[in-house]
Design a binder for this molecule. Structure first.
Ligand SMILES: NC(=O)c1ccc[n+]([C@@H]2O[C@H](COP(=O)([O-])OP(=O)(O)OC[C@H]3O[C@@H](n4cnc5c(N)ncnc54)[C@H](OP(=O)(O)O)[C@@H]3O)[C@@H](O)[C@H]2O)c1
Length: 275
């Protein structure tokens, strides 16, 4: 039985991952920034007679991270698996997306992961084991689209931080996995900030945001991502980078065979932008 801490469990992948580990009988600490949003998770837990515990945790807040990790360590004595899942997606062009919104994306998607890693690592190192799962995106492996620079940059950063961390932790027997999902049907785009106010980029921003929104709405089942996370945690020979979903695998493979210019040409047609 592993002690598993997951961030961002109010919806989407976090909720599905909490259920997946609870179904295996692991000791799951499903954290979320607002425990009042635990309704969906609690209903599923009750319906399946599962056991898990919820805890408040805002990954952008040092004190909140420390309090949650200390609480789990006091209760369990250890953390075996950290799933760094919490994430936000605020869209907008480089000129129009407010610095505060862009900073918010990095505070959650990048520094949120770093905060959690720094909080759990002393215990993992002391015990000489553990698995850290950073949820990135296929966006972290592809050239960024227009109007999505902050999210894409944060996911490229999550990939880079996973690469560094994997090598840093190898001597301590701690594994790192970077999960790179394609499109899955969650609230990630809906929960993003409204697009920036009217500007010369508005038409482009709307087109691109609409494209992402439609693809996420038609995306796969978040339970598949939860299964991929559980499988990577179980597999001692898992690669660091794990694309999830046929779209992610195909896009990452295609990008590796194309020049940046070729990718941009194809992408403009896919988004419906003028040549
Ligand atoms: N869905 C996709 O197609 C897709 C594809 C690739 C990668 N991803 C990534 O998958 C991860 C999960 O997203 P999702 O798709 O499952 O979307 P989601 O349903 O919107 O879940 C995002 C979760 O992160 C939480 N969160 C946001 N800011 C937080 C903070 N400061 N502290 C703690 N929790 C916070 C949200 O909580 P609140 O309810 O409080 O907002 C929510 O529980 C994200 O990292 C996302 O970038 C998603």
């Amino acid at each position: 039985m592993a002690v598993v801490v997951i961030t961002g469990c109010s919806s989407g992948f976090g909720l599905a991952t909490a259920l997946a580990f609870a179904r295996r009988g692991d000791s799951v600490w499903a954290t979320m920034r607002n425990p009042a949003d635990a309704g969906g998770l609690s209903a599923a837990v009750e319906a399946e007679h599962l056991e898990l515990r919820t805890l408040p945790l805002d990954v952008t807040d040092d004190a909140s991270v420390k309090a949650a990790v200390d609480h789990v360590l006091e209760a369990e004595g250890r953390i075996d698996v950290l799933v760094n899942n919490a994430g936000v997606a605020h869209m907008g062009a480089v000129e129009t997306l407010g610095i505060e919104d862009a900073r918010g994306v990095f505070e959650t998607n990048v520094f949120g992961q770093v905060r959690m890693v720094q909080a759990v690592l002393p215990g993992m190192r002391e015990r000489g084991g553990g698995v850290i799962v950073n949820v990135s995106s296929m966006a972290g492996r592809l050239p960024a689209s227009p109007a999505n620079w902050a999210y894409a940059a944060s996911k490229h950063a999550a990939g880079a931080l996973s690469d560094s961390l994997a090598e840093e932790l190898r001597p301590f027997g701690i594994r790192v996995v970077c999960i790179e999902p394609g499109f899955f049907a969650t609230s990630v785009v809906r929960k993003g900030r409204p697009l920036p106010s009217a500007s010369p980029y508005t038409e482009m921003e709307r087109l691109i945001a609409g494209w992402y929104h439609a693809n996420v709405e038609m995306g796969g089942d978040p339970a598949d991502v939860a299964q991929a996370i559980a499988a990577a945690v179980d597999d001692p020979s898992s690669p660091v980078h794990v694309p999830v979903g046929p779209d992610a695998k195909a896009a990452i493979q295609a990008a590796a065979t194309m020049t940046g210019e070729q990718w941009a040409d194809v992408s403009r047609k896919v988004y419906g932008l003028e040549a």
